[in-house]
Write a new protein. Structure first.
Length: 112
């Protein structure tokens, strides 16, 4: 079985809901600062990432909306709840903003 990850990419200014803070990715250290310890000099590049817990691909845990005792936290939700079988359609030949539907006569995809 092949898995295809459909998670949204997380990048600087990833679109977020209007009421949530934006995704901010900035350079924290850019290797210009040198650190010396025990006669060894090193440097590194680090990024700082700040984002809302609702950024990118998000799933609410049942406990988020179910106040009953024992409602599952996200780490308790079975992994099988996060994937399913699917199909892949190559729509590269269909112009943008066109409606599509399956031709039930076996002729492929109709565009409108």
């Amino acid at each position: 079985m092949e898995f295809v990850d459909l998670s949204r990419e997380l990048f600087h200014r990833t679109p977020a809901p209007p009421s949530h803070p934006p995704v901010i990715i900035t350079v924290w250290d850019d290797q210009e600062t040198k650190y010396t310890e025990d006669n060894m000099t090193s440097s590194w590049k680090m990024l700082s990432i700040s984002f809302s817990d609702h950024s990118s691909t998000h799933v609410d845990a049942p406990v988020h909306f179910d106040g009953r005792p024992g409602a599952m936290s996200i780490d308790q939700v079975p992994l099988k709840n996060f994937y399913t079988s699917g199909i892949c359609l190559d729509l590269s030949r269909v112009p943008l903003k066109h409606a599509i539907m399956v031709n039930r006569d076996g002729g492929g995809i109709e565009k409108f």
